[in-house]
Design a protein around this ligand. Structure first.
Ligand code: HDL
Ligand code: ZN
Length: 411
């Protein structure tokens, strides 16, 4: 099979692929408005807000006090009309508009708003999943968010395409505040993790994993994350989180390297990145062989050592080119090093979609790049005389884009 034939097969298999998106911030339509969608949410995505303020001297608070539609107009003018939208987040907006069949050339925000006036949310969910080639997504379900807690207590019709994960950052990042929420929910915990707190935190975690049928538990963690100390964070992890994950047979997903709110004025856009210590991943995989760890790291500088660490521990599954790494040049670099180091034993990407329509651009862009990397690797095999078949390419892609995850979570 020559390169042209190979590319045609890979492109066809990628186009027919049913993706399981292992980390998003999306929700079904009946989650009380928690699902963001539509052109104004697309234009006020925090990635674009950070880029908007590269050019604007507007006071942060003044901007965020504006109605969402006015914020979107300012972003559209500043990042699209006043200068070419060449950044990845800017290009993503245009990919969405184009794939929705809108006239990108018109540059008419009013026309795009008119289009949305004719849509229903449920219809848009169906259309976006189809356009994006996504079969299922995993939500980020936060029991510490009162709005989301209320939805789970009330009960929802649910949507089989939306799977759950239990996100428990406050337990590790601000235990006293988390303890207050747990006390309010009837769990006998104290802010200093005293008394029967460990057992009660385990009961809380068990109750919620079962209530939402979580596929995994997750937390985002700072570059300084360590388990060597006797900190509250380490104790909650070792005495509560990891035991419940073992009992429930689910992975713990660690998203490591976030420096929260280095610029608080930017709100969600205010977080930054730092190189973390890979030793903490090694240590946990070593000391807890009965636990499964999904890990993604935010710093480019951590990627090679994370891939090497995954070679050492089969209870470690690396996933995604997260957040600041979700740019074409880095997705290509990281995917190539992972294929060269881990073969097909990793999850190449997740969308991290915060707005429904992000599924379209994030998967269009990543599928194209990952396909390009795989074309090179299959072509390299061909050069040795090894002939890979279309069925084998389909098998490999299915493993990368859903099989590895399903096997690791046991679903
Ligand atoms: O902690 C996380 O899950 C991150 O993905 C944050 O939500 C971040 O703001 C984000 O949306 N990154 O893409
Ligand atoms: Zn996220």
């Amino acid at each position: 099979m020559n390169r042209v034939e190979l590319k045609a097969i890979i492109d066809e298999q990628l186009a027919n692929l049913e993706i399981v998106d292992v980390h998003t911030h999306l929700f079904p339509a009946d989650f009380d408005g928690l699902l963001l969608w539509g052109i104004d949410e697309i234009l006020t995505y925090h990635y674009l807000i950070a880029e908007f303020f590269r050019y604007s001297s507007l006071d942060y608070r003044e901007f965020f006090r504006l109605p969402k539609a006015r914020q979107a107009e300012l972003v559209w003018q500043t990042l699209f009309l006043d200068r070419s939208p060449v950044s990845e987040a800017q290009r993503g907006v245009l990919t969405i508009l184009n794939r929705l069949g809108l006239d990108v050339k018109s540059r008419s925000l009013e026309a795009y708003r008119e289009y949305y006036r004719g849509l229903t949310l449920q219809g848009q969910i169906d259309q976006v999943f189809k356009l994006a080639g996504v079969k299922e997504i995993v939500m980020t379900n936060d029991p510490f968010d009162p709005q989301e807690r209320a939805v789970w207590k009330r009960g929802t019709a649910g949507d089989p395409r939306f799977k759950s994960s239990l996100r428990i950052d406050p337990l590790m990042m601000n235990f006293p505040a988390a303890a207050e929420v747990l006390q309010g929910e009837g769990y006998n915990v104290t802010g200093d993790f005293g008394g029967n707190s460990a057992a009660e935190v385990r009961r809380f975690l068990t109750d919620w994993v079962e209530k939402i049928d979580a596929l995994y538990m997750a937390a985002s963690l700072p570059p300084t994350f360590t388990v060597d100390d006797n900190s509250l964070r380490s104790r909650v992890l070792k005495e509560c989180i990891l035991p419940v994950c073992r009992e429930q047979g689910i992975p713990f997903a660690m998203m490591i390297g976030v420096k929260k709110l280095v610029n608080p004025g930017l709100e969600l856009a205010g977080d930054s990145v730092g190189k973390a210590e890979i030793g903490v991943v090694e240590q946990l995989c070593s000391e807890y062989p009965e636990n499964k760890f999904l890990v993604t790291m935010l710093s480019r500088e951590n990627q090679h050592e994370l891939a090497i660490t995954a070679r050492k521990y089969r209870n470690l599954l690396v996933f995604g080119c997260w957040w600041f790494l979700n740019n074409p040049s880095l997705v290509e670099e990281i995917t190539a090093l992972r294929v060269e180091t881990l073969g097909l034993s990793f999850i190449p990407q997740h969308s991290d979609a915060r707005v429904l329509e992000h599924l379209i651009y994030k998967w269009d862009h990543s599928r194209e790049i990952i396909g390009r990397v795989l074309l090179e690797k299959y072509a390299d095999l061909g050069a040795t005389g090894w002939q890979v078949s279309a069925a084998e390419i389909e098998r490999d892609l299915k493993q990368l884009f859903q099989g590895n995850f399903r096997a690791f979570v046991g679903r």
